[in-house]
Design a protein around this ligand. Structure first.
Ligand SMILES: NC(=O)c1ccc[n+]([C@@H]2O[C@H](COP(=O)([O-])OP(=O)(O)OC[C@H]3O[C@@H](n4cnc5c(N)ncnc54)[C@H](OP(=O)(O)O)[C@@H]3O)[C@@H](O)[C@H]2O)c1
Length: 296
């Protein structure tokens, strides 16, 4: 994806070439200096990988847009990309809605050799798994997303999905029904957990995020604030699945990073609370160089 032209805003405003600093977040050992990749890994790592965490990552403009000209690439800078890659590196599985995969032109999910080595050293598979959500199964089985994937992707769909598309995709992916006419997000989490994917990174998009919030399945929200006023044409980072409002969900601040004028925030489900959906909150047992989506 090409970068966007931003009138009136210097590239440095989005953190280009700027170090990433920890502003607040209860890690005095990491305060005061530029965070290297080891520090970022340590900051976003979890204490116990057996405890299920569904983490969602988005970038948005200061005026609340998830896109510039229909894509997220105009919002992210180098700092956002480093955190984006760090989150992928830590994930068991990256979960993405079909709309995002189509619009952002996702290719095969593959973290860099260096990040892959870090995963292996930590006892993880060399590459995270990839899971997509699509009711219509309108995904190209010949695309790089499937054709050169280092791990066979999962596709979560519904029983009502078109049979011909299901047959084609089943040749390159594990197609799993998690609903009759619409995807049940709690069943997605349960299916991932049953495959040992406890650390789930959802990269959007807004519709899938809306489904996950409505089902109260989101444990962490990582939001990059890009120092940019988009102007009001773009969508929010979330789309409600129904016209019936879900109750507001409170989150607690985990940390705030700064790179130039870009803020990279991490928010968490309040301590002592658990998922409200059927997926269960803290059950155990149960992401680049070639990327795909390039915010930066
Ligand atoms: N700023 C950011 O960080 C960020 C991140 C991600 C995406 N985006 C932007 O968001 C836009 C895409 O938005 P989006 O809402 O279309 O993305 P999305 O949530 O990735 O995709 C929506 C699609 O996912 C499938 N889906 C989601 N929930 C479903 C359910 N409950 N049942 C059945 N199918 C379900 C459907 O696929 P089928 O149509 O195949 O049935 C649906 O059309 C793009 O412009 C992208 O650039 C921004």
């Amino acid at each position: 994806m090409t970068d966007q032209t931003i009138s009136g805003g210097a590239p440095a405003g989005r953190g280009d070439e700027e170090p990433i600093l920890l502003l607040t977040g209860g890690r005095p050992d990491l305060g005061g200096g530029a965070l290297d990749d080891d520090a970022l890994w340590s900051l976003y790592d979890v204490d116990d990988r057996a405890t299920g965490v569904l983490r969602v990552n988005f970038v948005q403009s200061l005026d609340g847009s998830a896109t510039v000209d229909g894509l997220s690439g105009g919002l992210g800078g180098p700092a956002d990309k480093r955190v984006f890659d760090t989150l992928r590196s830590l994930a068991d599985v990256v979960l993405v809605g079909a709309g995002t995969a189509r619009d952002e032109g996702y290719g095969a999910l593959r973290v860099s050799a260096e990040r892959s080595a870090r995963r292996v050293a930590a006892g993880l598979p060399a590459q995270p798994a990839m899971a997509l959500v699509s009711g219509r199964l309108s995904l190209d089985p010949g695309s790089d997303l499937f054709a050169v994937a280092p791990r066979r992707p999962l596709v979560f769909t519904v029983e009502a999905a078109p049979a011909d598309a299901r047959a084609r995709l089943s040749e390159v992916a594990d197609v799993v029904d998690v609903g009759t006419d619409t995807v049940d997000p709690a069943r997605i989490v349960a299916e991932l957990t049953s495959r040992g994917h406890t650390q789930v990174l959802c990269e959007g998009g807004p519709s899938l995020f809306g489904d996950l919030v409505a089902a109260d399945l989101v444990d962490e929200f990582c939001l990059t604030l890009s120092p940019l006023l988009e102007g009001g044409h773009g969508p929010r980072v979330i789309t409600a699945p129904t016209e019936t409002p879900a109750p507001p969900r409170g989150l607690e601040l985990g940390h705030v990073l700064r790179s130039g004028s870009t803020l990279l925030t991490r928010w968490r489900r309040p301590a002592g609370t658990s998922r409200g959906g059927a997926g269960g909150g803290s059950t155990g047992g149960g992401t680049a160089g070639t990327d795909e989506r390039s915010r930066g």
